[in-house]
Ligand binder design. Structure first.
Ligand SMILES: Nc1ncnc2c1ncn2[C@@H]1O[C@H](COP(=O)(O)OP(=O)(O)OP(=O)(O)O)[C@@H](O)[C@H]1O
Ligand SMILES: [Mg+2]
Length: 401
């Protein structure tokens, strides 16, 4: 299913309620009603319009003020916003042409028989969905999936996932503004996820909706549900309200990961600690699993159990350990060597203990690169990102012309 946001602009209450109620019946549509005429629209209303998928406005094209307001609207159109004019059913052709010239995509006659308006709007929603899907599939990206799991609670997995994702943007240019890669971070720690807090994101209900309503996510649902930070990082945060873990279906998670892979070069997943059934489809697509641990005996043992669980069904899954809150030693000490042997993996990634920088990032709700870029912690995660980029280069898609 996809969701579509529709903005309905009309100062006529009768139109607002008849058309609004009819549109509410379209599956996945969210209708936002604005009681004003197009000619009354100011700057902020124009901005609001470009945030919607579809803007429908009642208009009388013989009013010059309406026409120039429509031109202003369509001049500031959002990349994919569709503009539909709702107008007198007996409109002469020349007037309809004036509307098209002003940038309107289609004219909906009102009143119209039966369900015609709903059908026309549904047609535009579908057309948009197909165009979006095609845009991504024609680029042919097969993003790399990087999953982050914790050996114990509070070990620093989210800190690492968030800042790794930020660093995978690999920003270049003056003031490091241009991201070289498209990156998304997904908080699949549905119940206790803190990615949204780390990035100071308000409410995001997408994943709750996914858990509660049983639909397969597609490109337009993802576009609607994620938030893009000024850095370019896309975020799908866990909901604020409690989501029942087992209501999310493995097919939905498989669909989500498959969709994200067509849209992004890197998909970073913050995994929940619970080993629920829908972890499997994530692991099946994972190109690298990072287990965040420390060198204490309980954490090393928990890492071993996690690895056994994961490898049982995904024997070829590349797993790397991240030892958090410990600087890389010049030489491995006895307990390091024992742990490395028990886990049967080399220890390649060490992130130093740096409470000040860690705290600073949380307080500001920003990635380390923006608030403590020179800290030991930021440098450690930067190195982790560089290693990840080198070992897992993004898929250079063959763009079909
Ligand atoms: N390298 C580090 N140095 C100092 N403090 C750190 C470091 N890494 C993480 N922390 C701090 O440890 C705390 C827990 O971090 P975080 O939330 O990232 O862990 P988590 O494993 O995701 O925990 P949860 O079990 O809640 O999911 C946070 O206060 C964080 O700032
Ligand atoms: Mg966490």
């Amino acid at each position: 299913m996809s969701t579509s946001s529709i903005l309905l602009i009309s100062s006529d209450e009768a139109i607002s309620s008849t058309v609004g109620d009819a549109l509410d019946a379209i599956e996945g549509a969210r209708v936002n009603r604005q009681d004003m005429s197009v000619s009354q629209m100011n700057g902020s209303a124009v901005e609001l319009a470009s945030d919607h998928d579809i803007v429908i406005f009642a208009t009388d094209p013989s009013i010059a003020a309406d026409l120039s307001a429509i031109e202003m609207l369509t001049d500031h159109r959002g990349a994919d916003t569709v503009y539909l004019a709702l107008t007198d059913a007996d409109l002469p052709l020349s007037k309809a042409r004036a509307l098209t010239r002003a940038g309107v995509d289609d004219v909906l006659p009102f009143p119209s028989p039966g369900n015609e308006i709903v059908e026309q709007v549904a047609h535009w929603i579908e057309k948009k969905r197909i165009a979006l899907e095609e845009r991504y599939t024609s680029i042919g990206t097969r993003g790399k999936v990087i999953a982050v799991q914790q050996a114990r609670g509070g070990i620093g997995a989210t800190t690492i996932a968030v800042n790794l994702a930020d660093q995978l943007l690999d920003r270049r240019g003056t003031f490091k503004k241009e991201a070289s890669n498209r990156v998304v971070i997904v908080d699949l720690d549905l119940q206790f996820g803190t990615v949204g807090d780390f990035l100071d994101i308000e409410e995001q209900e997408g994943l709750l909706q996914l858990a509660v309503e049983n639909f397969l996510p597609d490109t337009s649902w993802v576009e609607q549900s994620l938030i893009r930070l000024p850095s370019g990082l896309a975020v799908l945060a866990a909901p604020q309200r409690f989501a029942p873990l087992d209501s999310l279906q493995p097919e939905q998670v498989a669909g989500l990961i498959a969709t994200l892979k067509t849209m992004f070069d890197y998909v970073v997943v913050d995994l929940p600690r619970a080993l629920v059934g829908w972890i499997e489809p994530v692991l099946a697509e994972t190109d690298r699993l990072y287990i965040v641990t420390d060198m204490t005996v309980p954490a090393v043992r928990a890492s071993r159990r996690l690895m056994d669980f994961v490898l049982a069904d995904n024997a070829a899954l590349p797993i790397e350990m991240i030892i958090n809150r410990e600087k890389k030693p010049m030489m491995l000490r006895e307990h390091h060597r024992e742990a490395s042997k028990a886990l049967d993996v080399p220890f390649n990634h060490w992130i130093p203990d740096d409470p000040k920088a860690a705290r600073n990032a949380i307080d500001f709700g920003k990635p380390l690169s923006e608030v403590s870029a020179r800290s030991e912690l930021a440098k450690g995660i930067h190195q982790l990102a560089r290693a990840t980029l080198t070992q897992l280069p993004k898929d250079v898609a063959l763009v079909r012309v």
